[in-house]
Ligand binder design. Structure first.
Ligand SMILES: [Zn+2]
Length: 503
């Protein structure tokens, strides 16, 4: 999301209005109701599509802003890091050089969606449901395929030739209502557009088929088991057979038919065995974090867990539990197994990042014995892992937390700032830097980083607000960042002048 100026192939420049684009982005979210029809139209090949890259980026920004204001986005660095590393790895095998951004939405329905400009959302409900990383990879690859096949722009092309145009105001209303209640949003949209429902149905169904086919190929290239796609959807369909009231959201948008399952399985069958088998071993721990987020740790079946994983769950429980001082002291005993698990598998950083989270808890309550016993050990572990996993967001953030606990604030700040050299997670890292500045009573600096965070998600209206605040506070408090502020203003001059409106 930080690298929007890459050249992309296959675009012919032709002006389109933002209005129409908004409708497409909206449909991508709400396509749940639009299925079950035959007579598929010929949609043409993706490279025949004409649309304006700039307009798509504007729409992507509007969509991203809506995500950040209307949705409960997961900011947990461990979960985000897991999903983003998995997703970018799959995307890098799509043979498509375009930009993607991946978000995790805290929503327990089993679903994922693709929006404009490569923005992809994954629900926590989906993460909780999968048993293997391959299953998760199959859904993410399917959504990536919607993007690489330019399904939104093709839907747009189709709509525009059918003359279904509509007012800007109607669409904005539909989007905002739709974020809260998809059905209400759809009604508003349909009312405003007079859109031909049948045409939409045909379009979407063909796109789903294509996303399956292309997605299976992409996940295979990325080293994931292509059989997982058919197997996962089959499993969901079988489960929902017995509970018609609880059909997973993803089955509403991706209806499972026998022919669809057979097609997916047939495709997987003809693929030669995987050469490099990717074996990420951290899905179980990530699922525990998702359960903690949903306050469902007590529902986890512990019989399925190894003793290290049970230790992880135990310590996650302690993080959220309200403990009396006495129990709190006792809970320090649970750090032992966490430290041992971290030591056992040095390539698995999730144990040491949780150890640091726990130590933060003891630092907050000024319980020194736990810190004396484990801080130095945790530091050894995390420094080692920072070297091995320089792009891991969780390792970076927890490392900085640990440095701050040891009163090495300057180093902590540098750790975070180094993260800005990488392409992803700018929004999160700038927010951490803002929080850091606030803890050290540097209000101007905090506002400056908040402005940077807003730029990272394309919200220039808010960026403008924060940089103006930073300027005022910097004059009052003498934080010495006027050069930084001026550079920021010069760099984003155009966009700050006319925030979030396309030309
Ligand atoms: Zn789909």
């Amino acid at each position: 999301m930080q690298n929007k100026n890459r050249n992309q192939q296959g675009y012919k420049i032709k002006k389109r209005s933002l209005t129409t684009w908004l409708s497409i982005g909206f449909l991508s979210l709400q396509c749940g109701q639009l299925y079950a029809s035959d007579n598929l139209p010929d949609l043409g090949s993706p490279d025949l599509v004409e649309y304006d890259l700039q307009t798509e980026q504007s729409l992507g920004r509007a969509f991203t802003q809506a995500l950040h204001t209307q949705f409960d986005l997961v900011q947990d660095p461990e979960i985000l890091n897991y999903i983003r590393q998995l997703s970018y790895h799959i995307a890098s095998n799509s043979g498509n050089k375009r930009d993607f951004s991946f978000y995790v939405i805290n929503n327990d329905s089993i679903n994922a969606f693709a929006g404009p400009n490569g923005v992809i959302g994954i629900h926590t409900g989906l993460i909780a449901k999968v048993d293997k990383a391959d299953e998760l990879a199959s859904v993410i690859a399917h959504e990536i395929a919607h993007v690489t096949q330019q399904h939104l722009s093709r839907t747009y092309e189709y709509n525009s030739t059918q003359g279904s145009l509509n007012s800007f105001a109607t669409l904005i209303a539909a989007i905002l209502v739709g974020m809260v209640d998809p059905n209400a949003g759809m009604a508003t949209l349909m009312g405003g557009m007079g859109m031909n429902m049948q045409d939409q149905l045909k379009n979407s169904r063909e796109h789903e088929k294509e996303a399956d086919n292309v997605g299976i190929q992409i996940m295979y290239e990325a080293g994931y088991d292509p059989h997982a796609m058919g197997a996962f959807f089959g499993k969901l369909a079988k489960e929902s057979q017995f509970n018609a009231l609880q059909v997973p959201e993803i089955l509403r948008t991706h209806p499972v038919t026998l022919s669809r399952l057979t097609a997916a399985e047939n495709r997987a069958q003809v693929m030669p065995p995987l050469k490099i088998r990717k074996q990420p071993n951290d899905l179980t721990l990530i699922k525990l974090r998702v359960a903690a987020l949903d306050k469902k740790l007590d529902q986890v079946d512990q019989r399925q867990l190894t003793s290290d994983e049970r230790c992880y769950l135990d310590n996650l429980n302690q993080l959220t539990a309200k403990l009396s001082q006495n129990k709190f002291k006792k809970s320090a005993d649970k750090l032992q197994c966490l430290q041992q698990a971290a030591q056992k598998d040095l390539l698995q950083p999730l144990y040491s990042t949780l150890l640091i989270e726990r130590l933060q808890q003891f630092a907050d309550r000024h319980y020194q014995p736990a810190l004396d016993k484990y801080l130095a050990k945790a530091r050894n572990l995390i420094e080692y892992q920072q070297d091995i996993w320089p792009t891991n967001l969780a390792v970076r953030v927890r490392h900085a937390e640990l440095l701050e606990m040891q009163n090495e604030s300057e180093k902590a700040q540098l750790r975070l700032q180094d993260g800005l050299q990488q392409e992803h997670n700018h929004y999160q890292i700038n927010n951490y830097l803002a929080q850091f500045a606030r803890r050290h009573h540097q209000e101007a600096t905090a506002n400056y980083y908040q402005a940077q965070a807003q730029v990272a998600i394309g919200n220039y209206a808010r960026a403008k607000h924060f940089i103006e605040q930073a300027e005022i506070l910097n004059k009052q408090n003498q934080e010495g960042i006027s050069q930084k502020i001026n550079y920021f203003k010069a760099k984003h001059e155009d966009k700050l002048r006319k925030p979030s409106k396309p030309d």
